[in-house]
Structures are given as C-alpha cells and as structure tokens.
Design a protein around this ligand. Sequence first.
Ligand SMILES: [Zn+2]
Length: 209
Amino acid sequence: MEDKILSPYVLTAEEKRTINSHFSTHKDWEKGAFDSIKENLIADLRPKQHNKCCYCKSELGFDIKAVDIEHILPKSKHGKFTFHPKNLALSCPGCNTSKGSKEVVKRAVQNYPRSGANIVIIHAHFDNYNSSIQIHENAVYEGLDDKGCETIKQCKLYRLKTVQRKAREVSAKQSPIQELIESLRTAPQDEQRQFVEQLNLITGQINGN
Ligand SMILES: [Zn+2]
C-alpha cells in the first residue's frame, strides 16, 4: 500500500491573511500569531499520517512537544516555503532535531518542487515511504534506495535501535525473569548452553523425573 500524505493542509483565507501580515523571514515561524494555524495543521495532518512520524513511523504523542511540524525543505535555507503546505509534515521531535537544517534538494529551486525527483530524502507528500525504507522489528531501518539511505542518515534512524534496546532494559528491570531473558540475549553461547542444561534439570524436577 502507498504510504504518503495524499492531500496537504488547505490554509483558510483568514490564515493566509495572518501569514501575509506577520511573516517575513523563517524566524517568524515562532511567533504566537501562528499558534492556531499550527494547531489546525497538526489536527489535519495527524489522521492523514495515521499519527506516525513521517521519517521513522513511530507513533506521535499528544502532549506539548510530542509532535513537531517538520519543514521538509529546511526553513532556514528555504524561508519562502516556511508556510507552504506541501513543505509541512508531522515528525517526532527526535527526527526533526536529527535532520536539523541539512539541505535536501539536489539542485537549487525557485518554485516549490512538484515531485520528489529533485529531493534526496523521502518527501512525505511526494514519495511512497515503503518503496524507500523497510522497518524490521520496529527498530532497524533498511534503506531500499538512495532516498531511503539518505533519510536514515539525515534523521539518524539508527538511533532507534538504541532506544528500543533501552526500552527493553527498562522493562526487564521490572521482573527478575525478564531480566534473566535480557541477559541471556547477550550472553556468550556456552553460557546460553549451560543455562539450557540447568533449565532442563529444573523442569525435569518439576515434572518428577
Ligand atoms: Zn521520527
């Protein structure tokens, strides 16, 4: 199944007026005057993105700072596209921070691109995510083409393997058995073998052999 945003946010006439009167450089993005536009954007894009980050596909949170409005072409380099609806997608703060203001176009642009051809990463409005990245076990990202590999690099998606491992370690601390399973996962093979032998002895006793 295709995985991309099928239609961008549509700015209302009033929102366009607000932008015209309060926006001149990308730094204006932070102005309070745009708060309601941002809220409307997030509300509109959440279901269109199935509440997933456009780069790592992890679930987006609902608390303040749990979701970012990402400028696909970085606003510091492409200020005039700061409010261009096709330049906006929702991402997790981790991906947004990792991607930063790295350039994503191959050749300089005047008008907003109409396809992903000139863009080195997965563009949430133009490119089908599944053609470029395959995610294994919710944590390992495999680039299937150049766009996929560049997205993994720019958003540091390899960081999520560490995140998953830490999450497992935390949940392991909640039960001694879980902790045991976690240490077994990383134990040398001969120790794992010893464990299986001991386990066989124990279960033998339980079964009365
Ligand atoms: Zn993400």
